[in-house]
Design a protein around this ligand. Structure first.
Ligand code: DGL
Length: 237
């Protein structure tokens, strides 16, 4: 048993979609959510910059006594997870584009993967895509989408507009992988745009549920789950 909080970080609000998933899987845990809004977006930065920023986020969370860290950011994970794991003395759970489940459902059907420019250039990402080389997959790096969502999160019309711009000429696709945690906030607008989602409609994939399950497995294995009767709290930095 360990009642210390779990730290979660992202360049901004994207990771809140991961936080929500983690809280539903682990309702008794306390979380500290760090949004590095000052340095957002990460997606157009160099790998060195992203590594330095991710390390600074991890250090801030460690100084708050976290027992595990979730890098709720595909960009930070693809650039920095391996390097961070070498020095951290708490487990680090990362976010990866959900290609595997998409492969299982849409292997021969046209699938789009949206991610940041930085993610699309990383060796980790390129190797992951190669693993599923026989899939009908197109990568669509997005230069400004995370910043746009960060700015327009509460504005349904703006979210609808950008969704239409991205998918206007892609209505024939069967699968969409949201490879950036910010993009998960587009889900309801993508569903609205395509009309039918899931079976018989477009399938939308993200890595959030997988990361939350992994966090639970890691805490369970190391006997570090929180033990409290009330629901856990969240602190935002
Ligand atoms: N939310 C992030 C991701 O999952 C980063 C977006 C950005 O800052 O460009 O990649």
């Amino acid at each position: 048993m360990n009642n210390s909080p779990v730290g979660i970080f992202d360049s901004g609000i994207g990771g809140i979609s991961v936080l929500n998933e983690c809280r539903s899987v682990l309702p008794r845990e306390n979380f500290i959510y760090l949004a590095d809004s000052e340095n957002a977006p990460y997606g157009n930065r160099s790998a060195d910059e992203i590594l330095a920023l991710a390390r600074a986020c991890a250090n801030t969370l460690l100084s708050r006594g976290v027992k595990a860290i979730v890098a709720a950011c595909n960009t930070a994970t693809s650039v920095a997870a391996a390097a961070l794991r070498q020095t951290l003395d708490v487990p680090l759970i990362g976010l990866e584009p959900a290609i595997k489940p998409a492969y299982e459902h849409c292997k021969d059907k046209e699938t789009l993967l949206l991610c940041t420019a930085a993610t699309s250039k990383q060796e980790k990402f390129i190797n992951l895509v190669k693993e599923y080389g026989d899939m009908n997959l197109s990568i669509l790096p997005q230069k400004h989408l995370a910043a746009y969502i960060e700015k327009n999160i509460g504005d349904g019309n703006a979210m609808r507009k950008i969704t239409e711009e991205i998918f206007r000429d892609k209505t024939h696709v069967s699968g969409i992988i949201l490879g950036c945690t910010h993009y998960v906030f587009l889900k309801p607008f993508i569903a609205e745009f395509f009309g039918k989602c899931g079976n018989g409609g477009v399938m939308i994939f993200d890595g959030n549920a997988g990361a939350a399950r992994r966090l639970k497995a890691v805490l369970t294995k190391s006997d570090a789950l929180a033990e409290r009767t009330e629901r856990g709290a969240v602190e935002f930095i």
